[in-house]
Design a protein around this ligand. Structure first.
Ligand SMILES: Cc1cc2nc3c(=O)[nH]c(=O)nc-3n(C[C@H](O)[C@H](O)[C@H](O)COP(=O)(O)OP(=O)(O)OC[C@H]3O[C@@H](n4cnc5c(N)ncnc54)[C@H](O)[C@@H]3O)c2cc1C
Length: 419
């Protein structure tokens, strides 16, 4: 094993969280005025959670004319899972709705600078999914048919075609794969800042360091939120607390089936050695090994199941397994050095699809969470649709399959491409 691992960086501690936590803190300085001096006592909509989802919902509410909105963040805005996002976006999903959300979101990201003044730094380097077993390859073909039917340009590539295009990667044992060059990545923080800044310009308030600790229902409707900064009455409440949404649900109480799963991505120092600067993110759907670029460095990861936990702990051999697979697939990586780990929580529902709906029997309470590792890429469309749901009671795209009522009624349609 030639990859040099700085021991202080790759212990089983939440290093990435510390790094990214501090990023979240420094970013929040940009919004130093975030917590108003005189807190208001009531609002039309309260959003619990100041991540990319809460920010997009807040922005879209403001754009649709609802400006009396408070976004409550117990820590610093963007310091949750949002700070760990690599900004990847893809159209390659197994369900129609996920593909449609990507199409709509990517078109918003393409216009993002015009909308908010923030350049999202989009790059279309593509995603490649590869398979080494017949069932997985068949599923990729099925996905490709669905995606093409929806107008996405996805190619099916044989092992030989893959090898010819990506000579740095060993496709030993791989049957073939799919490539979508419309996939790519953008800057999560640019998009996040764009949403927050524009929402604030439009009149939305962001209260940082404000934890919601109790949610009481008012009669005949509305809510009383008890927070670490006092009490706030709200006509409607949106739970956008990412991996913590289940816990926030318990405050009402409602059962929101979202669990936290720690994820870790190893990032190397700047490295070339024959590996182009612009390569697709390559994901092996059987081993779950993912390989791509983060700036001039490389990223390696897998998403082999870890136990659900709010603690950012990983199996002790996680790094070794991932590094061994990196060296097997991309032999040149034997000479690279690791730089840091990017860690955070995935917010998972039982079928890896989000919960976006008004909660039954609790009028005015909405959930918008559970994005299973693709919350950044779907945040633009989901923010629009959630704002529609709140302001009009209907959405321009059918998202009824994301209703919480789907659980407890037998098997649901699981998203199969989770990375
Ligand atoms: C390692 C990693 C890489 C990823 N890469 C990508 C990627 O490339 N592309 C992509 O699309 N997605 C990616 N994701 C997923 C993406 O980051 C998440 O889906 C997204 O950030 C979820 O946003 P959120 O706003 O729902 O949650 P969060 O960003 O976690 O925000 C929720 C906020 O709620 C706050 N909160 C919780 N409880 C309370 C309370 N009681 N009161 C007040 N506030 C509260 C939290 O402090 C937190 O800031 C990645 C995730 C990880 C972990």
């Amino acid at each position: 094993m030639g990859v040099r691992t700085p021991p202080f960086l790759f212990s089983n501690s939440p290093v990435g969280a510390l790094l990214y936590g501090s990023l979240g803190r420094s970013l929040s300085n940009i919004w130093l005025e975030a917590v108003p001096r005189d807190l208001k006592q009531s609002t039309s909509v309260a959003i619990i959670g100041g991540g990319i989802i809460g920010a997009s919902v807040g922005y879209n509410l403001a754009v649709s004319g609802v400006k009396d909105v408070v976004m409550l963040e117990r820590s610093k805005a963007g310091a949750g899972s949002t700070s760990a996002s690599l900004g990847g976006f893809r159209h390659q999903f197994s369900s129609e709705l996920s593909v449609r959300l990507s199409q709509r979101s990517v078109s918003i990201i393409e216009r993002f600078e015009e909308l908010t003044g923030y350049d999202p730094l989009v790059s279309h380097d593509g995603y490649v999914f590869i398979a080494s077993t017949e069932p997985s390859f068949n599923q990729l073909k099925k996905n490709r048919d669905l995606q093409r039917g929806l107008g996405v340009r996805v190619e099916l590539l044989s092992k030989e075609e893959l090898q010819d295009r990506y000579r740095f990667y060993s496709f030993d044992g791989i049957l073939g794969g799919t490539l979508c060059e419309e996939d790519g990545h953008a800057s999560t923080m640019a998009v996040f800042q764009g949403y927050v800044s524009k929402a604030k310009q439009l009149g939305i308030e962001l209260w940082e360091d404000t934890e919601v600790v109790a949610v009481d229902r008012k009669k005949p409707n509305g809510f009383l939120l008890k927070t670490s900064k006092g009490t706030l009455a709200a006509d409607s409440v949106v739970i956008a607390a990412g991996a913590y949404s289940g816990l926030v649900g318990q405050l009402v109480p409602v059962d929101i089936q979202i669990k936290p799963y720690p994820r870790k991505i190893l990032v190397t120092k700047s490295f070339s050695d024959g590996i182009p600067l612009h390569i697709p993110l390559m994901i092996d759907v059987d081993s779950t090994f993912a390989f791509g670029r983060e700036g001039k460095g490389l990223i390696f990861a897998n998403n082999q199941a870890t136990a659900s936990s709010f603690e950012l702990v990983f199996p002790p051999n996680y790094d070794d397994i991932v590094i061994q697979e990196a060296v097997r697939r991309v032999p040149a990586t034997e000479h690279c050095s690791l730089s840091y780990a990017n860690v955070g929580l995935y917010e998972m529902t039982p079928d890896s699809n989000p919960i976006v709906c008004e909660i039954p029997d609790v009028e005015g309470l909405y959930c918008c969470s559970g994005f299973a590792g693709h919350g950044f890429m779907h945040s633009p469309a989901i923010g629009e649709l959630t704002a529609d749901l709140i302001t009009k009671g209907r959405t321009s795209l059918d998202i009824s399959s994301y209703h919480i009522e789907r659980f407890g009624k037998g098997p649901t349609d699981k998203e199969k491409l989770i990375i």
